[in-house]
Structures are given as C-alpha cells and as structure tokens.
Design a binder for this molecule. Structure first.
Ligand code: ZN
Length: 239
C-alpha cells in the first residue's frame, strides 16, 4: 500500500465563494478523492492542524506527500519545513503543486529562490509532454489543454531538473517548465505547475491521471531512518 498525505493551506476555500464553489470540501479533499485506490491510502492535513499536521509520527507513516499552498507559506514554521525536507532526504516522495513553488519545504529542497513570472487573466495553457517514456506521463498523449489557468512563465529560478517531463505554453506567449522531477537524497520530488484555485483544474481527468502516476513514481523503494555521517574506523581490507 502506498500511504499518501495531501497537505493544503486551506485558506482560499474558506474565504472566497468562487473557490469554495469549485472545491467545497477543499482542494485537499478533491485531490484525496481521486487518488484513493485499491493500493493507495490517503489522508489529509492542513495548515491550521497542530504542527500543520506534519509531526514526525505522521511523516514516518507517509510514503508520498502532496503540497498545495499559496498565501500563507510564511505561517509554516521553519522546524516543520525542515522536518519535511529531512523526510524527503530519508526517502519520502513529495509532490509540490502550483503556487507551492514558494513553499518553504520546496525552496529548501531546491536551494534557489524559485521565483517566476506570473499573470492572472485566465488564459489557456497547453501542457506539452517532453518525456513520453516517463512513468508520470503515461496515458497522456502529446499534450493536455487546460482551458483557463494562471500564467507561470520563465525564467523559473530552479536548479536544472533531473528530468523535464512537461513544458507549459500559454496563450499570452510565455512558456514554463511545468513538470520537473528531482532526486533529493533518497527521496523523489515532482513539481507540477497546474492548479490555480479559481479554475477546476484538479477536476480535469488528464490532470488526475498525471497526479495518480506521480504518486506511484514518487513512492519510495526504500527509506533510511536517520541521516548522518558514518565513521568506519576499521578498514575493510588489511592495510
Ligand atoms: Zn495560482
């Protein structure tokens, strides 16, 4: 069983009717609902839970964490962000969605500003597959059209991805590295750009396929309990 935790800031849905109309139970529950499968268990956590719902106990029982955040990145305590980073280095998979490009754990894992160019006029995005043989792009044929999305454009200040699997093109002319895969320690990290809160993007079947694939890709084959240097005093061979 793959144990998934969907984390959401859960702010827009409570405060904005337009967002609540699309995600009445919150973005986290919308994502959790389509991820549940025979071999996938899903829990959710939000910013206002004690310790953001991200204690070590929870993280040790999580194979893949999905993260949606926007307005309140700064309210995630540094120790929680560090804990998530360490869990990834130990093997936990992490999927950062849309405006989570500025989430503290993502920025720690990248080590760069993760700044980008943006515009919010609801233009069309065409999400192009650039790695048709990648596990995350299976079932997606060529491209996905997203009728309305917030534009995220280059330059995106990230480290060069280990695998670039999607490029987004926008009606206004920009392009963006919309699907980026990284290895960090024992863990796998996927950044996926689609998912602005005022458009029903997580209801779109192709987007759900991509996230289901991403959960399976990010699930760890093995995991270590702790990080630290090992002092091997005795050589393996006689010197
Ligand atoms: Zn947005």
């Amino acid at each position: 069983m793959i144990r998934v935790l969907v984390w959401n800031e859960y702010e827009h849905e409570k405060k904005e009717e337009a967002v609540r109309a699309i995600y009445p139970a919150g973005i986290h529950n919308a994502i959790a609902d389509f991820l549940r499968a025979e071999d996938v268990t899903v829990r959710t956590a939000t910013l206002d839970d004690p310790e953001c719902g991200l204690t070590w106990e929870v993280l040790r029982e999580t194979d893949v964490l999905l993260w949606w955040g926007h307005h309140r990145h700064g309210d995630v305590p540094d120790e929680v962000a560090q804990r998530v980073q360490e869990a990834v280095l130990q093997g936990m998979g992490a999927i950062f969605l849309h405006s989570a490009h500025k989430a503290k754990p993502f920025m720690r894992l990248m080590g760069t500003s993760c700044d980008l160019v943006w515009r919010e006029i609801g233009e069309r995005e065409r999400l192009w597959v650039t790695a048709p043989n990648h596990p995350i792009t299976q079932g997606i044929h060529g491209f996905v059209d997203i009728p309305h999305e917030e534009m995220y454009g280059e330059y995106f200040h990230i480290p060069q991805p280990d695998e670039q699997i999607f490029i987004g093109w926008y009606q206004g002319g920009e392009v963006f590295r919309s699907g980026c895969c990284y290895n960090r320690g024992y863990g796998r990290v996927f950044y996926f750009q689609p998912g602005h809160e005022t458009f029903p993007i997580y209801h779109q079947p192709e987007i759900q396929t991509i996230l289901k694939n991403a959960v399976r890709w990010a699930a760890p084959a093995s995991r270590i309990d702790a990080l630290g240097c090992i002092h091997r005093e005795t050589p393996l061979e006689q010197i």
